[in-house]
Design a protein around this ligand. Sequence first.
Ligand code: 0XW
Ligand code: MG
Length: 367
Amino acid sequence: MKIERVHVNQALLPVVGGTYRLSQTEVEALDSTLVEVVTDDGRSGWGETCPLGPVYQPHHALGARAALAQIAPGLVGTAIDSPRALARRMDGLLAGHGYAKAALDTAVLDLLGQQLGVPVSTLLGGALVDRVPSYYSVTVGDPDTGARAAAEKVADGYRRIQLKVGGRDLQRDVETVRAVWDAVRGRARLAVDANRAMTAVHALQFDRLCADIPFTLEQPCATLEEMESLRGRLVHPVFLDENTEDVAAVLRAIAGGTADGFSFKVTRLGGPTRAAQARDLCALRSLPHTVDDAWGGDVIAAACVHLAATVDPRLLEGTWIAHDWIEGHVDDEHPVVVRDGHIAVPTAPGLGVRPDPTRMTRIATYD
Ligand code: 0XW
Ligand code: MG
């Protein structure tokens, strides 16, 4: 099976409800990049990468497409034997830019799955479950609105709520955490995510002011060094998200005891193949983690769910997909959706999602 051409497509994903608000950024529409890798035997494999705007992490949509323009011409005519061979070839064409390579890694897994007649979860080590838990993310807002949203979502079946905090008066965040916890206590677990907005001092104060509430504290500070400075000083378990820029950063954090768990983004780690390495490192130390992405449609969602299904269920915190925040699907027959707080693992060969190219705009073809 040889790569004959690579199409790069764009889909604009408006946020349902208008705005998705985090501590340091808010977004109204996300610019997603979908790649279709076409082979000489007539198959199509799909991948997607969708940064959460340009400042959530050092990724942006135009950067992803520039990286793909650099890589894709060098893949035309290449035989696709394995994701590892693809990774080697891509690294020979462009250093870094794992979040763009992630789309091609996903597309090649989709192709290999179709060729072998197995779902992508099998290629990633084998599914242990037929559905994975999801979680709901409550955006930065006032205590009543946050509590109402959290209670509604727990009634819908979610068993984990992530509350966004940060970028404002600490006391307001403390009030919101209390209100949300009162609304879900005993029915759901709570994660509190500051998305890098706190100083180490704020994180220490916030931790003490909420010492009686059992949540995990996600990425309070910006840098790994600041996070390391908190080690042993917090009541709450700490999760790293944005700092896990690649698998090497995950290894460093585990070895240094910097985190009690992780909120992984599959594209940030370089795609499902590399994210599976992070999964295995966590398993060696029984560290819990999510398998998410920052945003995206059915293709990213399917990639996350296939990988999440291979994680020891004891360690899987959940899989966040943008389902609640976007309208419409690229595949009406096999949409990836949250039902009763869970997402079914696709069983068809490959990703199990067949995107309709008319749902997106073609930006470039490399052949
Ligand atoms: C909740 N998420 C998975 C969705 C948004 O992209 C932010 C992200 C996070 O945990 O930071
Ligand atoms: Mg996070």
